[in-house]
Design a protein around this ligand. Structure first.
Ligand code: GDP
Length: 296
């Protein structure tokens, strides 16, 4: 397993005992360890580099506190900077506009998009007291629309009746119309995933977004995919105005570095974290927890 950052830094700072302030060469030595810890936690290289540069600037010249070791002090500086970069406040969904508010879910196939759609719908229904309608726009995978209907039954959330042969934008428009007629507050659109980012997927997604003007466009990414998550996030950010991300499979042994990369690359907050297959295994994002996990 990995050494924790505190353990690593212990060694770096042993020779520093009794000094008054953190000097540049000590901090740089410590930051090499921080950088390795970030990379081992799957933070993307450019993100790790930028982060370390920022923290180095902050740490050099700080008075060494009497109550802690220099190593602990640097860990605290790094931890605080991570929390700040991850987004200090939990950020809720914006679904309180004039109904129906559209939440569009995007991401690669297998990222957990459909499950997350149902998890969020359940949460909005139970905690947010919203009337929610879910619709699957995935016409490529034969079972996709049925999968969402099954999840709808399990969560007690309405799903749009399936009409075979309809195209994604038409399904989306039909969902909006049904929502208006039947008084739904929120429409959740589960868009098609692909194994890889491709232009057809992107064009389809843009067309749906143009036709429905979503309040939220959430990118669902598998935390276990580490570095790949960054490339996925980059591609989606370039094509549609994302409002947030959801990191799934944080119940696994991912160190959580994808979270930092996602925040940096998309410039949008992480809104939820998936922590299991069950439909209530969805948590608000807690930056401190993820920071702790990244640092080991
Ligand atoms: P999609 O292709 O992106 O729509 O992916 P699905 O929603 O069908 O999910 C693929 C698999 O991942 C399913 O077996 C889900 O139960 C599972 N899954 C989704 N989210 C999580 C999560 O947060 N943790 C775990 N352990 N499994 C998840």
């Amino acid at each position: 397993m990995f050494d924790s950052l505190s353990d690593r830094l212990g060694g770096v700072f042993d020779r520093l005992k009794g000094r008054g302030s953190l000097n540049e060469s000590d901090v740089r030595a410590a930051m090499r360890e921080v950088r390795i810890a970030l990379l081992e936690a799957d933070v993307a290289l450019p993100v790790a580099r930028e982060f370390v540069d920022g923290v180095t600037e902050q740490a050099v010249g700080q008075q060494v506190l009497k109550s802690v070791t220099p190593g602990q002090q640097v860990v605290k500086i790094v931890n605080d900077a991570l929390v700040a970069m991850l987004g200090a406040n939990a950020s809720e969904l914006h679904v309180d506009g004039t109904p129906p508010n559209v939440v569009m879910m995007v991401g690669l196939q297998g990222s957990g998009k459909t499950t997350t759609t149902a998890k969020i719908a359940k949460r909005l229904t139970e905690k947010g007291r919203k009337k929610v309608l879910m619709a699957s726009l995935d016409v490529n995978r034969p079972a996709a629309q049925e999968q969402l209907a099954v999840l709808g039954t399990q969560t007690d959330v309405a799903t749009l009746p399936i009409v075979q042969g309809q195209q994604p934008t038409d399904i989306a428009k039909r969902a909006l119309q049904a929502a208006k007629l039947q008084g739904f507050d929120v429409v959740m659109l589960d868009t098609a995933g692909r194994l890889h980012v491709d232009q057809q997927l992107m064009d389809e997604m843009k067309a749906v977004s143009d036709a429905t003007i979503p309040e939220e466009i959430l990118l669902v990414v598998d935390a276990l995919t580490g570095q790949d998550a960054v490339n996925v996030a980059k591609s989606f950010t370039e094509q549609v105005p994302l409002t947030g991300t959801v990191l799934t499979r944080m119940d696994g042994d991912a160190r959580g570095g994808a979270a930092l990369s996602m925040r940096a690359v998309t410039g949008t907050p992480i809104k939820f974290v998936g922590v299991g297959e069950k439909l209530d295994a969805l948590e608000e994002f807690h930056p401190e927890r993820v920071a702790g996990r990244i640092l080991g």
